[in-house]
Every structure is written in C-alpha cells, then in structure tokens.
Design a protein around this ligand. Sequence first.
Ligand code: SAH
Length: 231
Amino acid sequence: MKNILFLIWIILYFSIPNHQKDRYKERRLDMVENQIVARGINDKATLDALRNVERHNLVPGPQIVHAYEDRPLPIGHGQTISQPYIVAYMTQVIKPKPGMKVLEIGTGSGYQAAVLAEIVEKVYSIEIVEPLGERAKNNLDNLGYSNIEIKIADGYHGWEEFAPYDAIVVTAASGFIPPPLIEQLKEGGRMIIPVGAPFTAQQLVLVEKTKGGKWKTKNLLPVRFVPFTRS
Ligand code: SAH
C-alpha cells in the first residue's frame, strides 16, 4: 500500500509543470527581505507582488538561476530586465491600487507588467521588439495573468484606445518625456520614467499630472536603463 501511494505521489509530482512547483519561492522571499525591504521599500501591495511573481519563469533559460540576484539580467535582443529593487521602487512610486488601469512602455520580459498586474485591475504594455513581446505574452499567459494586454508597437505614442491611465511606467530611457504619454495620463495620475541620453547618467523622473492638465516633475534617483528606441 505504502509503495503504491509513493508511486502515485511520484507520478503526480512529475506531471505538474515546473512553473507550478515554484522551487524558487525561498530565494524569492529572501530577495524581497534582503534587497527590497532592507533598502526601505515598504508599500505592502508592492512587497506582496514581488513575493508572488515568479521572476524565474519570465527570464530566458540561462538566466533562471540568476533570477533573484541583485542585478539587471540580459533578456536577449540587447535588452535587460532591471534589478528587482528598481522594479519595486518604480512600482511603489506610482502608488498602485486595485481598480487602477496602468500603461507600461517596454514590456521586455514581462516582469514589471506581472508585478503591476498582481495589484491593479488592468495592465496595458507596449513592446517595440516583436520577439520579446511575443515571448512575454506566452510566459505571462502560462503564469495565468489574464489582466495584461500586450501590443507590439512604438510606445512613444502610448495606447490611445484605453487612455487615460491612472499611472504610466516607462522602462526605457528617453531624452525627453514623450508628450503623448503625458496626454494619456489621468488628472491626478503619476508617471515614472527614466530620462537621459543612452548609456549616460539618467534620472528616474516622477511626473504628476494635476487639475487642468498641468504637470510637474521631480527627479528621484540616478539610474541606467536601455534606450527608448523609435520605429
Ligand atoms: N519592463 C521590462 C524591462 C525591459 S527593458 C521588464 O520588466 O523586463 C526595456 C524594454 O523597452 C526593452 O524590451 C525594449 O525593447 C523596450 N523599448 C525600447 N523602446 C521602446 C519603445 N519606443 N516602445 C516600446 N518598447 C520599447
């Protein structure tokens, strides 16, 4: 009897797809404590989202073992996924809440989109490199994120159809803030965007849109992002 039960257990275990086993949970929880909480991120929704999102299932195969390290990772096509702390920082800064509609420019691996989708109602994400967008879409579908919409396009123009957005997260560095994005931000909305020339000092800039369509900016943190490209 014992043997039969063991056999059944073995069969069941190996029939579960890898992504459902979440063998990396401990590493992920350590990442959140040692890299994120330790550096002062305290928004509960943001921390819980980072505890949940299986980052190792969104990075390319060879990077899986590095998924929870304190650094950016290559995701192919010359692009990188930001260090987890930066993703947490950008998420906290837009004050994500249930019910919000968020636009992301630069889907990349889909990790930032997944973190947002854990908290808000709907995430629209635009990626300019087609194979990256397609891969992210597949991975996010496999992980069960049904509240993320991805399109392949130049994010400079935003995504007019679903505007205005409660928040916008831009994950590629632009020399200036694209005017269509400011336009598509709700009054009272927040946008976070790295601003600066490629491969030089850039600043993470918070844009707050106030009543009457006015907006103000605040430099928050020096960062280094891949360039915002144009099609
Ligand atoms: N948020 C991503 C980070 C990806 S890096 C993640 O969590 O993995 C930045 C991404 O922005 C790259 O994939 C790059 O191809 C994309 N990108 C650059 N310029 C863009 C543009 N104009 N429109 C849409 N995506 C762009």
